[in-house]
Design a protein around this ligand. Structure first.
Ligand code: PLP
Length: 390
């Protein structure tokens, strides 16, 4: 076997199983704003802020392309502390810490909160970054059925019987799920967490900008800050830039600063991404209607698809899946839509459970009501041709 044969074998198997991944151009960003070209439903720039003039203007006056070092060496800049201050206030927490990405925040926070002597209970559908954080923590890992407090309770009960003194329990969920667009039953989860003396981490990546006061997230919308000790989030979706963060108490922040390897050993975010995220945050807070308007448009889109006989799963947010069940059907529907100028990503196992392949439509404020009508009509017609229904 040549030295690279094993690599080719792996890639051939992936290709044969229809699971090969390829790099995709951002067609939406390559066309000029407002042009009547492609309708892009693959972007997480939910509030369309990444190209807002004030957000782009925030990059002017940036004196350095990089930050030069990690935060603990000499990389901490006034723009980091200013954004951390405002994000903490925005989310209703005492403290905030930026990370290089939302991915890094999740793999950086979980292993600080729990270790090999502890147990984590995660929803079956949490993002890969949370799974990786749990794996890195070496905790015992129990996965409960998606959005099922009953199953979580069973697992907590069973684990409690064998709980050693000082053993920590951590529950890990998303507030809005990235592939289903549905919401976690956060109040029920808080109740269980309190009853079983556990802690809770909520990833608000897809709720920020869309739910809560000024887009502060679902934890804010449900006024649960005092019952949710830690939330993670990202600057790369509604905040239109790049980077991640955690909001928590001062004490937890101090521990993360001292213990979190993805925080300690990663160069600080450059000002050219921090300042635009801060400008986007200000815009979200100034115009409280953005999230509600996005939800209204997404609701209209979802109703049109449902009237056309399509299954939008449990979506209640700007993320609208169209279930095809079969992976091939998802890929073919995506290709048919692309030929008609509509970009929607086919999501297949292993990203989602077997038999739940789907197209994921991410509705953003870049989509007008006319765009959404046009897209829904095309999706319904193409799905009918392929025999895809509810
Ligand atoms: C739920 C969730 N958490 C975290 C992340 C990672 O965020 P980032 O892209 O900023 O690394 C994502 C990204 O898709 C996500 O969907």
């Amino acid at each position: 076997m040549s030295s690279e044969q094993w690599i080719e074998d792996i890639l051939l198997t992936l290709r044969a199983d229809g699971l090969e991944r390829t790099l995709k151009p951002n067609i939406g960003l390559m066309q000029s704003p407002g042009s009547a070209g492609v309708l892009d439903f693959s972007s997480n720039d939910y509030l369309n802020l990444s190209r807002a003039p004030d957000v782009l203007a925030a990059m002017q006056g940036v004196l350095s392309a990089g930050s030069g070092a990690s935060r603990l060496v000499s990389g901490t800049l006034p723009c980091h502390t200013a954004l951390e201050h405002d994000l903490a206030l925005f989310k209703g927490y005492a403290a905030c810490l930026l990370f290089g990405a939302g991915y890094l925040a999740n793999i950086g926070v979980v292993p600080v909160l729990v270790n090999r002597d502890d147990a984590v209970f995660s929803d079956r559908l949490v993002h890969a970054s949370l799974i990786d954080g749990i794996t890195l923590s070496r905790s015992r890992h129990f996965r409960f059925q998606h959005n099922s407090p009953d199953h979580l309770e069973q697992l907590l009960q069973k684990a409690s019987a064998a709980r050693r003194p000082r053993m920590k329990f951590l529950c890990v969920v998303e507030s809005i799920y990235s592939m289903d667009g549905d919401a976690a039953p956060l109040a029920d989860i808080c109740e269980l967490v309190e009853r079983f003396d556990a802690s809770l981490l909520v990833d608000e990546a897809h709720a920020i900008g869309v739910f809560g006061r000024g887009g502060a997230g679902l934890v804010d919308e449900l006024a649960l800050q005092h019952r949710v000790p830690c939330c993670t989030g990202t600057l790369s979706k509604a905040l239109g830039s790049c980077g991640g963060f955690v909001v928590c108490s001062h004490l937890v922040k101090e521990l993360i600063v001292n213990r979190s390897r993805p925080f300690i050993y990663n160069t600080a975010l450059p000002p050219g991404v921090v300042q635009p995220a801060h400008a986007a945050l200000r815009k979200m807070q100034q115009d409280e209607s953005l999230g509600a308007e996005l939800r209204r448009r997404a609701q209209g889109f979802r109703e049109m698809l449902q009237l056309g006989g399509l299954n939008t799963m449990g979506s209640i947010s700007q993320i609208v899946p169209v279930m095809t069940k079969d992976s091939d059907a998802a890929v073919r529907l995506s290709a048919h839509l692309a030929a008609q100028g509509i970009v929607a990503q086919a999501i297949r196992p292993p990203t989602v459970p077997k038999g739940t392949a789907r197209l994921r439509f991410s509705v953003t404020l870049a989509h007008s009501l006319d765009d959404l009508h046009r897209a829904a009509a095309v999706v319904i017609a193409e799905a009918a041709k392929l025999g895809i229904g509810g």
